[in-house]
Design a protein. Structure first.
Length: 621
């Protein structure tokens, strides 16, 4: 009966909306320069999926109604106010800045109309990401549900639509601290200065949008570069097709010139051979354009655009016996910052597309060739920027865990608590699989990292093998700074001593410095907490901070060249990750402040040492 009342209330349009309000950022925390550019009528208007684009779409970002209710309650008949989608509930830019507490559900609602020129089309509803469990209703009818806070999901909502105005409702559950789910660095109560946790994120935090398609359409393109054979392998997923009557044709072009074409029955892989391919590297991020068309009974039903790049990721042992990471069969030292992907005003969500690009471009300008994306997965456009600009990406899986006695008792004892409940392990694997599949075709991603520092680590060899099955083309960092097993492609050490050292190596695989640095400096009026926060070490001014950074960099440079250990075996680091891109809430160890308004070091000096490190192996030839 309660469910029937809920559906009837939606269908009849009797739900009472909250009183109209004027949106503005909530709270008094620091903000980025882009906060003032957020347009509540059209936030984040850019097409959200660069690897599969169509010309027609409708953005549903903007002001929605929201309410917080008891977890088991039905959709409220009166809402609490307006929330700016896609900024998470706890963020300033949402206009709400409230926590979702234990036992509560977050409800969203808005109306929409289907453009008249979309008649006779199937209508897809897309969500970039919702943290954590979302149930979606269209006109009171359940259209889909999805579990996982870091991946996109879609539904064909055509059967649930009606003429004129439609009602879209979303219920979100997010048990950040009550159940073990992938959360990364977020906690409901992260604590004050000195902690390593950040504000939790709940609800919609990436773009929501509509897209019209024919009954027969392309839902995915998966590209695999094969450098050794000068070819691309392209797999397409289609909906509503019949292999005997429907065909896919793919055209590969570079700078407007066609370089290869191929066609096959719908659902079959295609091979595109390319003579003398232009390679993708951080110095030359060459991209190929893809056009894919679907014909059904000789009538074109879909056309999508995408892109790819020719590059190969591998590792090899050199004449000195040192294992090196390789790009395109050549040694390359990977060097970049640990990037948390947090914003003081939007938390998980950058205020604008310009802001999202800013951090990536700054990393490139500072002379790095890599980013370690730490405990978070970014919107698709972030990876597009890395692909286009030329930055390698080491992609972490957000850790499972919670901030209670279970966590504190087991934080560093991964080998002792080598398993979780079957439900928890399944949730981890399911989300990891979605992450890998959705970003498989991004050329910038070169390393998958399922675990960090034993945080929620379990059944490591099994998880590494699972990762390998999902993607055999990339390297796997089994546990960054965590409990090391003889699996995965390299050993990852964390060392915040000054200077960093190489204290463990393996004669069968590379050794990398997965975290080091953490050099801090307080910049007043640009801190999340104005009281002094604790970092690994703090410096007084830009010169002192830069001097220390360069000194640590020179140590990395020396360790990258290689040195003999006590047994006379030559050992070396083959990659390094500096902590970190920006200050984040309680941490003041960023290359720039949390609000992105102050560069904390001499940028020319750090670029100089960074470039020397990135090119150390090529300079030895």
């Amino acid at each position: 009966m309660k469910t029937l009342i809920f559906i009837l209330s939606l269908l009849s349009g009797t739900i009472l909306k909250a009183q109209d309000t004027t949106w503005k950022p909530a709270g008094d925390k620091i903000k980025t320069p882009w906060a003032e550019q957020v347009n509540p009528e059209n936030p984040l208007p850019e097409y959200p999926r660069p690897m599969l684009t169509r010309t027609e779409w409708k953005n549903l970002n903007g002001l929605w109604q929201y309410a917080i209710a008891e977890e088991e309650a039905l959709c409220p008949t009166r809402f609490d106010g307006e929330i700016l989608v896609p900024f998470p509930l706890e963020s300033s830019l949402s206009g709400v800045m409230r926590n979702l507490d234990k036992g509560q559900a977050l409800w969203y609602q808005r109306t929409f109309n289907i453009p008249s020129n979309w008649d006779n089309k199937n209508i897809l509803l897309h969500f970039g990401a919702v943290d954590y469990h979302a149930t979606v209703y269209v006109n009171g009818i359940k259209a889909t549900e999805h579990t996982g806070g870091f991946t996109a999901f879609s539904a064909d909502i055509t059967p649930y639509l009606r003429k004129g105005e439609n009602v879209l409702t979303v219920k979100v559950l997010d048990s950040t601290d009550e159940k073990i789910q992938p959360v990364g660095k977020q906690r409901r109560n992260p604590g004050g200065p000195g902690t390593i946790w950040y504000t939790s994120v709940s609800g919609i935090w990436q773009t929501v949008w509509l897209e019209p398609v024919s009954p027969q359409y392309i839902s995915d393109i998966r590209t695999t570069p094969d450098l050794d054979n000068n070819r691309f392998i392209i797999e397409t997923t289609t909906i509503g097709t019949t292999p005997s009557t429907d065909r896919i044709e793919v055209t590969l072009s570079r700078n407007g010139r066609t370089v290869a074409t191929a066609s096959a029955s719908a659902g079959m892989p295609l091979i595109l051979n390319v003579k003398k391919p232009e390679l993708w590297t951080p110095d030359t991020p060459n991209l190929y354009h893809i056009t894919a068309t679907l014909t059904s009974r000789k009538q074109q039903t879909d056309r999508v655009e995408s892109y790819t790049a020719m590059r190969k990721i591998s590792m090899a042992q050199n004449r000195e016996g040192i294992w090196r990471l390789q790009l395109n069969n050549e040694d390359l030292f990977h060097f970049g910052p640990l990037d948390q992907g947090y914003w003081p005003d939007g938390l998980y969500t950058a205020p604008t597309d310009e802001a999202l690009l800013f951090d990536v471009q700054k990393t490139k300008d500072w002379g790095y060739n890599m980013i370690r994306k730490h405990m978070k997965v970014e919107p698709a456009r972030w990876y597009y920027f890395c692909d286009s600009i030329g930055l390698l990406v080491w992609q972490d899986m957000p850790s499972i865990g919670r901030s209670d006695e279970y966590w504190e008792a087991n934080r560093w004892s991964g080998q002792k608590h080598g398993s979780h409940s079957a439900e928890t392990e399944a949730a981890f694997k399911n989300e990891w699989e979605e992450i890998i599949n959705q970003h498989y075709s991004n050329p910038s991603i070169v390393v998958w990292t399922p675990f960090n520092e034993a945080w929620g680590q379990f059944k490591t060899p099994e998880v590494v093998e699972y990762t390998r099955q999902l993607d055999p083309t990339r390297l796997i960092n089994s546990a960054s700074g965590g409990n090391h097993y003889h699996c995965g492609d390299f050993i990852d050490l964390h060392d915040y001593s000054r200077p960093p050292k190489l204290y463990l190596h393996d004669t069968t695989r590379p050794v990398v410095l997965g975290e080091y640095g953490g050099l801090g400096c307080h910049i007043k009026n640009h801190r999340w907490f104005e009281s002094d926060a604790t970092t690994y070490v703090n410096y007084q001014d830009a010169k002192e901070l830069t001097d220390s950074y360069v000194k640590q960099g020179e140590a990395v440079l020396s360790l990258a060249k290689g040195t003999a250990d006590k047994d006379g075996v030559k050992v070396a680091y083959s990659a390094a990750v500096y902590t970190q891109t920006t200050d984040v809430e309680t941490e003041v160890n960023g290359l720039m402040t949390y609000d992105r308004k102050v560069m904390k070091m001499d940028e020319q000096r750090i670029r100089s040492i960074n470039q020397a490190i990135c090119h150390i192996l090529s300079s030895k030839k």
